[in-house]
Design a protein around this ligand. Structure first.
Ligand SMILES: [Ca+2]
Length: 379
């Protein structure tokens, strides 16, 4: 499989050149003998652009075994169509993809009725035509089934509102005991800055349920992955790569920009932090405790983090910008690569020596632009 070999070689080159001894999980290709990390992606794909980009990254990452994708918040059916299209194009049409809860806990709606919470690039999968069927299970039931099938092995990454995982913890307590961990893109949790992110804000009850559950919870900061979003040349590379997968991503970026009322010029990759954590070596962590207080309806939840070596929650700090720039190179590497698995698609080899050399020199992050956007976001 030429594409797979080229991808392995290039990733090893990147890491050997840029991170001597820095990334424990990657190592050399020969040394990468660990089991794949079993992961369920719980996502509001279709809303912001990072979800589709990092889902594609996960599906094309040899360290990860994506068992399922579950969709949450608002138009979960449209989100599931997008997820199914991504999985299909990555050669995994059989992957179970389940729709979940459309509103925040304690509401248990699973039918979208057109309130705000739609999708911004639903045009990439406007109907069911040509798509594999959605799972007959609801998102929380699918998570429970997979946790029971693989006790102690399954990580759920939450890169959308936490409603699905909140319902899962409440409704399937026995299966919850079998989950390995929940890894959440949740805000900023450094000692200098503590800001609750949208994924927790949208469903504070579910966040509280998660904080108080027995399941190990890893709460990650989104800021640095945010600084190192795609550049115009990255978007152009996706547009010009000519693969079904890259064409889908380029179309999603187009519709996201077209439909986004607060349009930003370039895609960010905030949600990449959950996979960076799972790959190992990218995110520094401390243990701590989290308290979330829910105020009157309409108010933002109050949020407090304390470092505590015996705390039960793992808190991730910022990824340094230099590392984040390298992470973006690896993201682009995998987005541009043909699907990792054998499949029915034509997979022209997108790798060239010149391209590889170019990617070995990350040119830093567009910190100013993204810092401005972040400031707007947190207001
Ligand atoms: Ca998201």
């Amino acid at each position: 499989m030429p594409g797979k070999t080229a991808l392995k070689t290039l990733t090893a080159l990147l890491l050997a050149a840029l991170l001597p001894g820095g990334i424990s999980s990657f190592g050399t290709p020969e040394g990468r003998s660990q089991e794949k990390t079993k992961v369920i992606i719980d996502t509001d794909i279709g809303e912001d652009i990072d979800d589709i980009l990092v889902t594609a990254f996960a599906l094309n990452s040899p360290e990860l075994d994506v068992l399922a994708i579950t969709t949450v918040d608002g138009n979960v059916d449209a989100r599931s169509r997008i997820a199914r299209k991504v999985a299909m194009l990555y050669g995994k049409p059989e992957m179970p993809i389940a729709a979940g809860y459309v509103r925040s806990m304690p509401l248990a709606d699973i039918t979208y009725t057109g309130f705000s919470g739609g999708v911004r690039y639903g045009e990439v999968a406007p109907d069911e035509q040509g798509l594999p069927p959605v799972s007959p299970l609801r998102a929380d039931a699918l998570i429970a089934e997979l946790a029971n099938q693989h006790p102690g092995e399954v990580t759920v990454v939450t890169i959308g509102s936490m409603s699905n995982i909140g319902h899962f913890l409440v409704r399937y307590p026995d299966a919850a005991k079998k989950l390995k961990q929940i890894v959440t893109n949740g805000g900023s949790f450094t000692t200098q800055r503590q800001q609750i992110g949208w994924n927790l804000r949208y469903d504070p009850v579910a966040a509280v349920v998660t904080a108080r559950s027995e399941v190990p919870w890893v709460l990650l900061s989104e800021s640095t992955a945010h600084f190192c979003g795609l550049r115009q040349k990255d978007v152009d590379r996706l547009k010009n790569a000519g693969l079904p997968t890259t064409t889908l991503l380029a179309e999603a970026i187009h519709w996201w920009k077209t439909n986004k009322t607060d349009a930003t010029r370039l895609p960010h990759v905030s949600d990449l932090d959950v996979f960076a954590y799972l790959l190992g070596g990218w995110v520094e962590t401390v243990r701590g405790n989290v308290s979330i207080e829910i105020g009157p309806q309409g108010s933002l939840p109050r949020f407090r983090v304390e470092e505590d070596p015996s705390g039960r929650i793992v808190l991730g700090g910022d990824i340094p910008k230099e590392k984040a720039a390298i992470l973006r190179e690896i993201l682009m590497e995998r987005l541009l690569a043909p699907p990792w698995l054998e499949g029915p698609l034509d997979r022209p080899d997108v790798h060239t020596t010149d391209g590889a050399k170019a990617r070995l020199r990350p040119d830093g992050c567009d910190a100013q632009f993204h810092a401005r956007r972040r400031a707007q976001r947190w207001q």
